[in-house]
Write a protein that binds this ligand. Structure first.
Ligand code: DQA
Length: 145
């Protein structure tokens, strides 16, 4: 079965209570359940990780090929805009990845308009709330088949 690593960056553990006007009311647990349901439909096996620590995310990306991961769905959160390390890890492992955001980052502060990941992504989904994740997973699945 095709394995996908789903990565969530800093502060996404607070979803549900964190600025619901921007990020919606779904908790990370609810998003994870939605993705797991979709994964059954798409014939995918998901592995989920949320971390507030850049290096933990880098370690997970580095470990992915040896764990048989075929692609990565990532909301790197604030690290999207700052992390050369995450970009380098994604490029180093060479796995196809899709970048997602709950909010429309382009309708927000200028510092959120830059992504250090996007030009190496298969695609970017931004602004659909938790639906960004399901759209992103569908896109990644199509890329892999
Ligand atoms: C986010 C957008 C980022 O700019 C922000 O730092 C986040 C969440 C989103 O999903 O909309 O933490 O990635």
């Amino acid at each position: 079965m095709t394995r996908i690593l789903v990565l969530h960056g800093p502060n996404l553990n607070l979803l549900g209570t964190r600025e619901p006007g921007l990020y919606g009311h779904d908790t990370l647990h609810a998003i994870t359940s939605r993705l797991d349901t979709l994964a059954v439909e798409l014939g995918l096996e998901l592995e989920h990780l949320q971390s507030n620590h850049e290096g933990v995310l880098v370690d997970a990306i580095q470990a992915a090929p040896a764990q048989g991961v075929a692609g990565i769905l990532i909301n790197a959160a604030a690290y999207t805009h700052t992390s050369v390390a995450l970009r380098d890890a994604l490029v180093a492992v060479g796995l196809p990845f899709v970048e997602v955001h709950l909010s429309n980052v382009h309708a927000r502060e200028p510092f959120r308009h830059t992504s250090l990941l996007a030009d190496r992504a298969v695609g970017v989904v931004t602004g659909f709330g938790s639906t960004s994740y399901t759209l992103g997973l569908r896109g990644l699945a199509e890329t892999l088949t």
